[in-house]
Design a protein around this ligand. Structure first.
Ligand code: 7TS
Length: 406
């Protein structure tokens, strides 16, 4: 059964006051809050078993290693990867994408093509631009229409043997649009041998991921957006590709043998995990996965979709309020502006005085903002612990901001 009060009680941070008001936390696309089970797992690691992993034969080191590897297997199941060694710990989506861009570099030549979409976060744009600058490859961008919907005809016209990488997000962070990645993958596979990368930073927190069914080559996400500590993230890669590509960072843990003449690399996943990992964070990420699975994906999604529908309906009752991507299929995010209010942060500041946390500005997606001819939006983003009452408070806050600024 879905028990919202019980879920909320697991997040001590939510019961505080901010600026004298009950906190209404609606900035979950930036980062989610952490439940007690995650905080406890983190604290238990540091109070009871803190030790470096994979190195020592002593007991604590073995316990730390076992716990972190248990977490890896939980994540394997969570995304339905075929093997646990296809799951690589990173510090987040950004690091995951940079790792892939670097590791694929020596397979990319001048005039090869890399396709991304208009809806990407800067972290799925800049690493590819850097790769293009280093190799002479060209970046191509799937366009959107006025609803923010990707125009997939572009793929029919542009996919070819020259296409070497296709990297798109499954859900847009700025607009919450759910992109048809299944169709993008099918079109790509039909016309090229490109590596396919899915940025799951905004999808993994909201719906069930199945990397085998998707048939992507890489899938990346951040732990901190899915109830786990900051500095955690996952890169999934298909075994045969991970075996073939170069490691990103060199150092301890990722070697098999090291001499001044030649170094050989460790087996998967360690080849991609140089240096001391975030052991406590990675263990707590496993606790976050347990938290989600205890609630159940269906319950989580039903509640979040109901919140989004309700927020959209209530906000649209405000005259002069525009929601970007209003007609597209969305999850977790409503992004809007008020007519006559040029600066979204003015709205955000008034909401903050009322205890309501939203994000304003360009959300690290400047191309989307340029497309709509705006500097930014007000973005409310939901997690499983949000309530309908909180949306009422948001709507009243937006009305107040409109009266003050209009
Ligand atoms: N990709 C998408 C789709 C994202 O939403 C984000 C972060 C990233 C990549 C980068 O993730 P990181 O954990 O490595 O920073 N998005 C946001 C956001 O919307 N507000 O703050 C961070």
């Amino acid at each position: 059964m879905f028990d919202l009060q019980n879920i909320r009680s697991q997040f001590p941070i939510l019961s505080q006051k901010v600026n004298g008001k009950d906190l209404v936390y609606l900035d979950n696309a930036a980062t989610s809050q952490k439940p007690l089970a995650v905080l406890d797992a983190w604290q238990k690691y540091y109070t009871e078993i803190n030790a470096n992993v994979h190195r020592g034969i002593h007991t604590l080191s073995q316990l730390a290693t076992e716990e972190m590897e248990l977490s890896r297997r939980k994540i394997q199941k969570f995304i339905n990867a075929k093997n646990d060694f296809e799951v690589i710990f990173t510090k987040g989506t950004t690091e995951g994408i940079n790792l892939i861009a670097y590791s694929l570099m020596n397979m990319i030549k001048e005039n090869d093509e890399i396709i991304i979409s208009y809806l990407e976060h800067h972290s799925n744009i800049v690493p590819w631009q850097m790769l293009c600058e280093r190799t002479g490859a060209k970046l191509k961008v799937i366009p959107i229409d006025q609803n923010g919907i990707l125009q997939l005809d572009f793929l029919d016209e542009n996919l070819s043997e020259k296409t070497k990488i296709v990297s798109v997000n499954q859900v847009s962070n700025a607009l919450g649009i759910v992109n048809p990645v299944e169709e993008i993958i099918a079109k790509t596979r039909a016309k090229s041998d490109a590596f396919i990368i899915i940025d799951g930073a905004q999808s993994a927190p909201h719906f069930k991921i199945d990397v085998q069914k998707l048939d992507c080559d890489f899938f990346v996400f951040s732990g901190h957006k899915l109830y786990a500590p900051m500095g955690t993230g996952i890169l999934y890669g298909k075994e045969e590709i991970l075996r073939k590509i170069e490691p990103f960072h060199g150092g301890g843990e990722m070697i098999e043998t090291c001499s001044f003449e030649k170094t050989t690399y460790a087996d998967l996943p360690f080849k991609f995990e140089a240096g001391t990992p975030n052991v406590g964070g990675n263990i707590a990420l496993g606790a976050a996965i347990d938290f989600i699975e205890n609630i159940g994906h269906e319950n989580l999604q039903n509640h979040e979709n109901a919140l989004l529908d309700y927020a959209q309906k209530k906000l649209l009752e405000i005259e002069g309020l525009r929601i970007y991507g209003e007609k597209a299929k969305r999850t977790g995010v409503v992004s809007f502006n008020l007519e006559g209010v040029g600066i979204s942060s003015d709205v955000g500041m008034i909401l903050d005085k009322l205890g309501i946390a939203v994000r304003t500005g360009h959300h690290c997606t400047q191309p989307i903002m340029n497309f709509f001819g705006i500097a930014g939006t007000v973005r409310a983003s939901f997690a499983v612990y949000n309530t309908f009452e909180e949306i009422d408070i948001l709507v009243e806050g937006v009305k107040k901001a409109q009266r003050m600024l209009g």
